[in-house]
Ligand binder design. Structure first.
Ligand SMILES: C[S@@+](CC[C@H](N)C(=O)[O-])C[C@H]1O[C@@H](n2cnc3c(N)ncnc32)[C@H](O)[C@@H]1O
Length: 463
């Protein structure tokens, strides 16, 4: 099918005004894409942005070979389907297949709108507005919501609600003048343990934006790239809220049973195993493990001060006896035994989303080799990627996002010490990881992916 300048012009006009009718696209999306393709945690972002402005799911649909029904011939397509298909093509333009200046312009508008929606999602999440709207389950006026959320300014809440309604996240009843959180948005924006909770991505975005000025200096060579130490609380908060559901609903029940043919899980349930969570951030995931396996003892190793503060606060609040926080700057893992910090070697070590962030990953691999007990196992969950950058750019569905996160967070961390390896978010695929493990004394290495942990690669590593 061919697109004319008129099509592009019409769409551009729509983009400037309202871009696309969010409610119609929402219906289109659920009818034709979500029913067959989304719904699990991995589809959360796509679902939400579909509802917000309909770009990402269309891109996902394209990436998945056009999941759902193939597009109808253009002459029988309804207006909303034509718009949706055009947006799908525009998403393609963002990948670099540019035809017209006009479509690039529209795509830029889509990006800008998505960014604005993310900023407003951050407000709704952090101010408890989504939680209020979902928990009371009813319709809201701005003043009632402002009051229920702890005495916020009603005029500001009203403008936020208008934005949310325009974005399609909140339903607006013009006759009654009331708002309600769209039911499809409840698990995405108001339920932290739904398995498809999306709101922390807005916090992650804020953490990225906050680092931009420092990154400008780092790009110019005026300072070393910033580590997690300089990342502040936002990053630890985003990490915790994104990873805890993964650990609770996937890592513990689905990954652990596969390790050492099930014997690790059995021993965690029945013995006082000594376990280390290295790069534990605020220890939120370590807490999940300590709660799930009360017979085992967990040590959470971390180097960043904001994360260590959160971890200590967490332990104080929950009063867990089987969890200890260790400042790895003072007591590095590799010296745990020789310094007397720990009396026996570790039966189980885990690193969840850590290795690609390290300035010196080989050093940590050596350290784990040093402290792992005979028969012990190291489980690493890291970001799945391809060995070649060109392959990631072409085929990794989330490459644009992950390379962006990499520039702001993961790569700086990996370059934050002299001679830092600087792997980056997508820099630790099996092609890179396995030789590193083998070269540092590990001989039994298994790597696999799990459909339920779609963004991750799991490594089971033993001596
Ligand atoms: C992406 S975060 C990991 C989040 C955490 N595992 C979770 O699941 O929420 C990576 C963490 O590794 C930490 N880190 C980096 N180098 C480290 C080291 N040598 N020892 C311990 N932690 C380290 C960083 O400070 C950061 O908090």
């Amino acid at each position: 099918m061919t697109w004319t300048w008129r099509d592009s012009g019409l769409l551009a006009a729509g983009a400037v005004g309202r871009l696309v009718d969010a409610q119609r696209v929402k219906r289109w999306y659920f009818d034709r894409v979500a029913s067959g393709n989304a719904g699990a945690g991995g589809g959360a972002a796509a679902t939400l942005l579909a509802m917000a402005r309909a770009r990402s799911p269309l891109r996902d649909a394209a990436g998945a070979g056009g999941a759902g029904a193939p597009p109808a011939p253009v002459e029988v397509m309804k207006a909303e389907e034509r718009k949706a298909l055009l947006l799908q093509q525009l998403a393609g333009h963002l990948k670099g297949t540019t035809d017209t200046w006009m479509s690039i312009m529209v795509a830029s508008w889509v990006l800008w709108i998505d960014a604005t929606v993310m900023a407003m999602i951050y407000l709704g999440d952090q101010l408890g507005l989504y939680k209020q709207m979902a928990s009371r389950g009813s319709t809201w006026t701005a003043s009632r919501l402002a009051k229920a959320a702890g005495g916020l300014q009603a005029r500001l809440v009203q403008e936020w609600l208008a934005q949310q309604a325009a974005a399609g996240l909140v339903d607006f009843d013009p006759k009654k003048g009331t708002f309600s959180l769209s039911s499809a948005c409840v698990p995405l924006l108001a339920e932290p343990l739904s398995g498809s909770f999306f709101a922390p991505y807005a916090t992650l975005m804020l953490a990225c934006w906050k680092r931009i000025p420092t990154m400008m200096d780092a790009f110019r060579g005026q300072c070393l790239a910033p580590s997690y130490d300089e990342a502040g609380e936002d990053l630890a908060d985003a990490m915790a809220r994104l990873h805890v559901p993964e650990v609770k609903f996937n890592f513990i029940p689905k990954v652990l049973p596969l390790i050492q043919d099930g014997s690790l899980l059995q021993r965690l349930n029945s013995e006082n195993l000594l376990c280390a969570d290295v790069g534990a951030s605020g220890a939120d995931c370590t807490m999940e493990m300590a709660l799930q396996f009360p017979k085992a003892t967990f040590h959470a190793y971390e180097v960043a001060d904001p994360a260590l503060d959160r971890a200590r606060e967490n332990v104080k609040r929950r009063g867990l006896q089987n969890l200890k926080i260790i400042d790895a700057k003072i007591h590095p893992l590799g010296k745990a035994i020789s310094s007397g910090q720990v009396k026996q070697r570790y039966d189980f070590v885990m690193c969840y989303d850590v290795l690609h962030d390290l300035a010196h990953p080989e050093q940590l691999i050596e350290e784990v080799r040093e402290v792992l007990a005979p028969g012990g196992v190291w489980v690493i969950v890291d970001i799945a990627s391809n060995g070649e950058m060109a392959e990631n750019v072409r085929n990794h569905q989330k490459a644009a996002t992950y390379y962006g996160i990499s520039v702001c967070v993961c790569l700086p961390s990996g370059l934050s010490a002299d001679g830092g390896r600087g792997l980056g978010t997508l820099g630790f695929p099996p092609e890179v990881a396995e030789p590193m493990f083998r070269g540092n004394g590990f001989s039994k290495i298994r790597s696999f992916q799990m459909p339920s942990l779609e963004k991750n690669q799991v490594y089971e590593v033993q001596i």
